[in-house]
Design a binder for this molecule. Sequence first.
Ligand SMILES: Nc1ncnc2c1ncn2[C@@H]1O[C@H](COP(=O)(O)OP(=O)(O)OP(=O)(O)O)[C@@H](O)[C@H]1O
Ligand SMILES: [Mg+2]
Length: 296
Amino acid sequence: MGEERPESRRNSSVSNPRTSQEVTRVLSFTSGKGGVGKTHSVTNVAIALTNLGQSVLVLDADLGLANVDVLMGLQPKGTLNDVLKGNAPLDDILLNGPGGITIIPAASGVEELQALRPDEKMFLLEEIERVAHRFDYLLIDTPAGIGSDVMYFNSAAAEVVCIINGEPTSLTDTYALIKVLSTTYGEKRFSVVVNNVGSEREATTAFAKLSRAVDRFLQVDVRYLGWVPADETVRECIMQQKPVSLEFPSSPSARALAAVARRIDDETPQRKVKGGMQFFFRQLLEMNSYGEEANC
Ligand SMILES: Nc1ncnc2c1ncn2[C@@H]1O[C@H](COP(=O)(O)OP(=O)(O)OP(=O)(O)O)[C@@H](O)[C@H]1O
Ligand SMILES: [Mg+2]
């Protein structure tokens, strides 16, 4: 691999034997419906993973409405747009975030990825992957919905984490997202975090509804990764642009997201990601070009 990993990884290798494996785990955090807590979850899971001794890169993939940097009160030095225009290498726009995480900021208002040529999309993934190889984890905060940018980033990730809340629209929109990702893009395994609910019972009920529909109509595996309670400190921290895991580490939501991070870190990765993002994306491009040919 050539490049050295950041400090946290080297320091952690004694206490955490899992870090001896030379792979970067790539997880996307996604949702059918907007505003359910993806950015809140991804940033705090990232910080919790660094607390476990892992090095974590967070990609803010919401190109239209960047918000990881805003949520953390950071000022980007440059954006993915600068990388695409060839004005800056990706390394130059990386941000040191709170809690030792590193962030690739998106560009607010940048045109949809859809508008990019396939070679530009591939270049972007190559750059992201080159940098991601130095980290134990790449967590991707995707936009909501089933648009093409969402599919691009979800199919580049080896593991898809769906964030839902208890609302019926969140469940139906997530079902639609899983359906498209499984039938069109071949994703077969999904994890679910139920966020912003009043009780564990509410969370397991929401998960059970989604899981029943998925089991009945789709051939995929959805598993429950955990739940995060509705917590007043979250709104407070978002207003102050500070992550709850650092401001209030013993708050219910910080503890719940730390438990989610532990569960992620304890499990064996689904797919090895060496050469992974580009590989999955290349498959996606091939599938799309077959589709275009078929439509001709
Ligand atoms: N566990 C929680 N407890 C209380 N409020 C929460 C919780 N999670 C999220 N929220 C509220 O929901 C809002 C949206 O959260 P967040 O920005 O993380 O959602 P998102 O899915 O990233 O949204 P978007 O789709 O717009 O990117 C937050 O500003 C916060 O007020
Ligand atoms: Mg968001």
